[in-house]
Design a protein around this ligand. Structure first.
Ligand code: HEC
Length: 255
């Protein structure tokens, strides 16, 4: 009896905590992060996992990981309550969001050791209420590292503009008071989504970086994390409806 009560109490604490994190992004992880964390998300391209055997990489693509689960007729699929038509509509809507999601990175082609550069990431797509952007070294789903691991120092707080084009500090304001705000992972918040009318989440982030001391060819890449299903339907946080999309790997020569 006592054990059951404890178990129920434990569950009721655990559930709201997890639903706060997934979906709707990860509002509590206000720190540098890398794309490997999003294990439930589908990868937009197989090229993001060159180290995997091709059949395993295929399984991470939306077709297998997401739509395969949607079409599956039995548990553990969280979609079994949907009719065939509803499933196909959901898949069509997700494909439409994917087709309208993009992320680009712009940076100077060269700089000198220790100099400061600005790197601008523009992202759009997903379904809100937030989109996530990480500045990393490479377009690798499981092996990309936060940009600082390559020796780039993020020297200032990122300048974030939301869907309305206005500056927002919602994410950075969640940092513990007094903690440095020079993060390379940002959730761009307050995103509206209305795909039927062509409205998709969007935003830009300007990062200020100090170049590594060691000369060489470096790559700077942005990762976009977004969702493709209506969040109010996402009762099961294990849904593979999240996505990881990378920008091109932009080469910056430090010389
Ligand atoms: C337990 C599974 C799971 C893990 C692990 C996970 N996510 Fe997600 N995430 C989801 C789901 C499901 C969605 C998509 C919701 C939708 O389709 O709208 C999502 C969507 C998002 C979104 C877009 C917001 C939204 O609701 O659409 C961001 C940003 C995000 N995740 C960031 C992260 C980050 C960062 C990590 C690693 C720290 C992470 N996720 C790990 C399940 C997960």
């Amino acid at each position: 009896m006592k054990k059951t009560t404890l178990l129920i109490a434990g569950l009721s604490i655990a559930l709201p905590a997890s639903s706060l994190a997934y979906p709707n992004g990860t509002p509590q992880y206000v720190t540098d992060a890398a794309p490997f964390c999003a294990s439930c998300h589908s990868s937009v391209k197989a090229e993001y996992m060159p180290e995997l055997p091709p059949d395993l990489a295929e399984k991470e693509l939306p077709e297998a990981k997401h739509y395969g689960m949607v079409r599956m007729g039995a548990p553990p699929s969280p979609y079994i309550e949907l009719t065939k038509d509803e499933k196909e509509r959901l898949i069509k809507a997700a494909k439409e969001i994917d087709a309208n999601s993009r992320v680009t990175v712009s940076a100077p082609g060269k700089t000198s050791p220790g100099s400061e550069i600005k790197v601008t990431v523009s992202a759009s797509g997903g379904n809100g209420p937030v989109i996530g952007v990480m500045l990393v070294d490479s377009a690798l789903r499981y092996q990309a590292r936060p940009i600082a691991s390559e020796g780039w120092l993020v020297t200032a707080e990122p300048e974030v503009k939301g869907q309305d084009g206005k500056k927002q500090t919602d994410w950075l304001d969640k940092r513990r008071k007094g903690a440095p705000r020079n993060l390379s992972f940002v959730l761009i918040e307050r995103q509206r989504s209305d795909p039927a009318n062509g409205v998709y989440p969007e935003g830009t982030i300007v990062f200020t970086l100090k170049a590594p001391a060691k000369p060489g060819a470096y790559t700077v890449t942005a990762a976009l994390l977004y969702g493709t299903e209506n969040t109010d339907k996402a009762g099961f946080f294990q849904r593979p409806s999240g996505r990881i999309l990378f920008s091109e790997e932009k080469t910056v020569m430090v010389e």
